[in-house]
Unconditional design. Structure first.
Length: 288
């Protein structure tokens, strides 16, 4: 586990890649890479394997769906209804409080509570960006030898994101959200420049929504031991994200831990699937 005061080292290693032809952008590179996280004692905290997608900016720009340029409009009644739906998840957290969610009480086939996030906005995405530790001065030790254009970014999206040398000269150039790779999330012009119809959510945030959904249900005494998620569609400004889940299985693993397997599905208000995931969660066993 990570605890307050820990310093975390991230070791990144490329794993493999393949090039496939896609309808969206033609030849597209799918590269997998591994991340290993250690604390200051050298203890392995977590392993992560992620897939990054690289495609031609021109191809993405040429195929941007123009019908998605405008945010959906929500009425006051609809927004009030959304707040009521959100409260169901919040109430579940209050009901569990600091208590344990017992493994014994988990029922295979039972539905997890629905969670609604949104409507997303430029403001909510910017707030998420500001919450990342690496955007805070002094929060992360960063490399000074990265050339974003050499890594494949077009000039307009390269910039000096998180460059500590440029940060001392003009920090605005290093923010990323203003100039650089992350500007597409917050500015419709730059979103469309790379093939998105309007501002869109960060992959890291979508991953956090999934992890938080599982962890929130598990409570303080539970622990996510493994998860695997697949992103399907972006979370766009004006949309909401609806997460639902199911208990798939419960078992005792080879280490004697009491586990439940759960899944989740994230979709927007139109039913488009944003992501799917499965996880194995350790829960406490009720004393005999």
């Amino acid at each position: 586990r990570m605890v307050a005061g820990d310093r975390i080292l991230n070791e990144r290693i490329p794993f493999d890649y393949t090039v496939k032809d896609t309808k969206f952008a033609g030849p597209t590179c799918f590269q997998r890479g591994d991340n290993f996280y250690y604390n200051q004692q050298g203890d392995l905290i977590a392993k992560q394997r992620s897939t990054s997608i690289r495609y031609s900016q021109e191809a993405g720009k040429d195929n941007v769906p123009t019908e998605g340029f405008d945010d959906p409009v929500w009425t006051d009644d609809q927004l009030e209804e959304l707040e009521a739906r959100k409260m169901q998840w919040i109430q579940m957290l209050h009901d569990l409080g600091h208590d344990r969610r017992w493994w014994d009480d988990a029922t295979v086939g039972a539905a997890l509570p629905e969670r609604v996030v949104g409507p997303h906005s430029i403001v909510s995405f910017a707030t998420e960006w500001r919450s990342y530790i690496f955007t805070q001065w002094g929060g992360t030790h960063r490399r000074t030898d990265l050339d974003m254009e050499a890594l494949g970014f077009v000039k307009e999206m390269a910039g000096h994101e998180n460059d500590p040398v440029m940060e001392a000269i003009n920090p605005e150039f290093t923010d990323g959200a203003y100039v650089g790779p992350s500007r597409g999330h917050l500015f419709p012009r730059w979103a469309r420049f790379i093939g998105m119809p309007r501002g869109y959510g960060y992959g890291a945030s979508m991953g956090a929504w999934i992890t938080d959904y599982f962890a929130g249900w598990a409570g303080e005494w539970g622990m996510i031991r493994h998860s695997a998620c697949n992103y399907r569609s972006p979370a766009l400004t004006g949309d909401i994200t609806i997460t639902t889940g199911t208990i798939l299985d419960k078992f005792v693993d080879e280490d004697g831990r009491h586990m439940v397997q759960v899944d989740c599905r994230m979709a927007n208000q139109a039913g488009a699937v944003l992501a799917t995931a499965k996880a194995e969660i350790e829960l406490p066993k009720r004393p005999a």
